[in-house]
Every structure is written in C-alpha cells, then in structure tokens.
Design a protein around this ligand. Structure first.
Ligand SMILES: Cc1cc2nc3c(=O)[nH]c(=O)nc-3n(C[C@H](O)[C@H](O)[C@H](O)COP(=O)(O)OP(=O)(O)OC[C@H]3O[C@@H](n4cnc5c(N)ncnc54)[C@H](O)[C@@H]3O)c2cc1C
Length: 392
C-alpha cells in the first residue's frame, strides 16, 4: 500500500487491477514469450471476459455508452498495473478511442464506437507512412470526394493490432476542393474492397498483435465514414497522442515498479562471494537510482492526471503529457537496463522478466512521438508559456 493520497474508490480500482495482473496475466508471460506472443485461445477469451467483468475494459469511455467512466487519475492507476505485465497480455484491458464520442456522428457511434466499448469490435490506427513518421503532415495518402463517397489511396505502416482489428482509422489529405491538402480521418472496415495487407514484419517485442504494412487502393467509403469535417483530421490525432502519452508514462511506471521489485528480490537471494549481492554498493546504487527515478516519474504522472481531471488548459496538458512521457519512458529504459545488469546472465534470458522489459520498453521512447519530438514540444511550449505555467 502506497502513501499517495487517493480515495477509497481509487484504491479499490487500483487493487482490482493489480490482483488481475498478478493472478491472471503474469502467470502467462513466459508461455507467451515462448509461443510468439500467443497464449491458448480459451485463456485469451477468459482474460477478455474477466477484464469486462471487473469493469476495467473500456474504462475510459463514458458510462452512458457502457464504458467505465473512470477519472483520468483512475485510468492512470489501472494503466500502471497493465504496465507491470510483459508480452502485451495487459492489452485485454482495451481502451477504445476516448476522443470519439464527442465528435463522431450518431451513426458512427452506433456502428463502431459502442460495439468497441462492448468488446465486439476493435480498431487500429493507420496514420504513419514510409515517408511520414514524426512529421505527420508529410503523409501522402489521399481522400478524393466522388459524389456521396470518398476514394482513399495510400500505404500505411506500423499499423498496430491490424491482425486483431476489424476496422481502421485512416488518415489522409483531401485531394481537390476547398479543403485540398488538409487532413481528414475516416472509419474504414477492414473488409472493404481495396484494403490489402502488404506484410506483417517482426518487431523486437514478442506481442500477439502485429504492426502491419497496409495498402489502400481505390478504397471507396461513404462520405458518412469521415470523422467530423474535412480539415479536422489532425485534431483527433493530437487528442489521441495526448491520451496515449499519459498512459505510456503510466505503463512505464508500472514496468519500472515490477522490475525494481523483481531485481530487489533477486539481489536479496543471490549469493556471490559468500554474501547476497544486495550487500554490494554497486548493486544498491542501481536499485536506489531506479527507485528514486520511479518515484519522480510517478508523481509527475499522477499530478498530470489530476490536472487533466481538474480541467487545466489543453495546451498545458499537451506540454505536460510530453514531459511525463519523455521522463517516464527514459526512466523505464534506464531501470530495465539496470535490472538486466543485476540479474547478470539470467537477465539475458527470454524467460527473465528484465530481458523482456528491456526489449519492450524500448519502443516507449519511439511511438506516439519520439523522445526528440517530446522535447521539441516541451521547448516550444516553454518559449510560449514560461516555466511557472508548465512546471509551477
Ligand atoms: C511498435 C510500433 C507501433 C506503432 N504503432 C503505430 C500505429 O498503430 N499507427 C501509426 O500510425 N503509427 C504507429 N507507429 C509509428 C510511430 O508513431 C512512429 O514510428 C514514430 O512517430 C516515429 O516515426 P518514424 O519511425 O518514422 O521515425 P522518424 O520520424 O523518421 O524519426 C527518425 C529519427 O529522427 C528523429 N527526428 C525526427 N524529426 C525530428 C526533429 N524535428 N527533431 C529532432 N529529431 C527528429 C526522431 O526522433 C528519430 O530519432 C508505431 C511504431 C512502432 C515502432
């Protein structure tokens, strides 16, 4: 039990998530690692069912739509616990797009979002392209209006969860008309004619979810599949980035907590030169630095979550989400590196939690904006708003 002040409800939610992760998910980690990220289908379904039963699934979505209606702080508490488990086993606690209910049409809500909250449908994001990563505005995918339809073209990469999704958010630039060159986002059912899987490359981590390269060739969708208006597309992407950056920070805190717990337990147990290695100052310092940095990252993440719940200005949120993601992801990578070192040769074995996290947390410095891009955002906001506004 920690000392950070939280309500009884917050504590109950945190405990529920922690128990689920410890009792149901962590026991399957090594199996998943040894089987290309896969666990038996009946176990996967049971995790899915239990995530719903515990009220953790779609925790970020409004209650009146069937979601959990959790505060941002409560979502952070759950995401931290999800971060304690490797191999994306925690992804059974799925969070559908929280930005959607406010901006999508009633038809889109019924067709895609509500079924996603019920766990019957699953989305993925097709934004990044070979020539457009950090520079999202460099996308070359196009959307051309033809009567009551749009025709979509482009090739996307790193489309996470393409293999488990049944619809995509496709980001393109409008071709022709008064909004030519502006961004738009579309719902695209995966089975729409012209949506074509190019390939699913292997990545460092061993996850069941693929990161696909997907081609869209003359994909015709009704104009009613567009989210909002022509020109709105980037706003939704930024809203999603903010949310995900905060949740990545939370998951990194969870990963660091698990690593420190496991490395400390090992260091107490492992005897070399006649004494437990935790007696060696070199080991103590690695653990002490890790714990100190975890505490800093956690306080930053918690305070940011509370700021969002309090409704602070969205520009400040934007900068603080970048700071939290930057600091927590870099922290988790340092902690994972030290944990491998403390475990010694065992830390290099895939059956060891530190080895898996060492590979898995690496991407947290890359996706949803690299560490360099987070620094650019923070520096830009610093110049505009000053220190006290952002860190006061
Ligand atoms: C596992 C994984 C899953 C992903 N899932 C998705 C997904 O579901 N949907 C999706 O659309 N995308 C996804 N992405 C893409 C991800 O968001 C991009 O990889 C990320 O934004 C970086 O883009 P990039 O890889 O093209 O790198 P680049 O933008 O080419 O960057 C290369 C290097 O240059 C640096 N750099 C670039 N611009 C600047 C600058 N202005 N100042 C300083 N340094 C700079 C970067 O920090 C980096 O070090 C995923 C990526 C990975 C690895």
């Amino acid at each position: 039990m920690g000392t950070y002040p939280m309500s009884e409800d917050d504590r109950r939610i945190q405990d529920t998530a922690r128990r689920f992760v410890d009792e149901d998910l962590i026991p399957w980690e090594t199996h998943a690692e040894e089987h290309g990220g896969q666990i038996p289908e009946e176990v996967r379904q049971e995790h899915h069912r239990k995530a719903i039963e515990l009220g953790l699934f779609a925790m970020n979505m409004p209650k009146d739509l069937g979601g959990g209606g959790f505060t941002i702080f409560q979502q952070v508490l759950v995401s931290e616990q999800i971060g304690r488990v490797t191999n994306a086993l925690g992804w059974c606690v799925h969070t559908p797009p929280a930005w959607a209910p406010e901006v999508v049409s009633p038809e889109q809500l019924e067709r895609w979002i509500v079924p996603s909250i019920r766990g019957e449908r699953h989305e993925c994001y097709a934004i990044t392209e070979a020539g457009a990563g950090s520079d999202v505005d460099a996308i070359e995918a196009t959307a051309r209006r033809e009567g009551e339809a749009y025709v979509l073209n482009g090739t996307k990469m790193h489309v996470t969860s393409y293999n488990s999704a049944d619809y995509l958010f496709f980001q393109a630039k409008i071709e022709g008309g008064p909004h030519a060159g502006e961004h738009a986002m579309f719902f695209v059912d995966k089975d729409t004619l012209g949506v074509h899987l190019v390939r699913e490359p292997a990545y460092s981590h061993t996850f069941p979810d693929s990161h696909a390269i997907v081609a869209f060739k003359d994909v015709r969708v009704p104009a009613s599949n567009m989210v909002g208006e022509e020109g709105d597309g980037l706003d939704f992407t930024y809203a999603w980035f903010r949310y995900e950056r905060l949740m990545i920070a939370a998951r990194c805190c969870g990963a660091a907590e698990r690593l420190i717990e496991e490395a400390t337990a090992f260091a107490k147990d492992r005897v070399q030169f006649g004494e437990p290695i935790i007696g060696f100052q070199a080991i103590q310092h690695m653990l002490a630095d890790s714990l100190t940095e975890l505490w800093a990252a956690r306080l930053m993440t918690y305070e940011l979550a509370k700021n969002i719940d309090r409704g602070v200005d969205v520009k400040i949120q934007h900068a603080q989400c970048s700071m939290a993601k930057l600091y927590a992801s870099e922290m988790a990578n340092r902690v994972a590196d030290r944990a491998v070192q403390i475990f010694g040769g065992r830390g290099y074995m895939r059956e060891n939690v530190a080895e898996r996290f060492y590979r898995e947390v690496r991407v947290d410095r890359i996706w949803e904006g690299t560490s360099e891009i987070q620094r650019n955002i923070v520096a830009d906001q610093l110049a505009k708003r000053g220190v006290r506004m952002l860190a006061g």
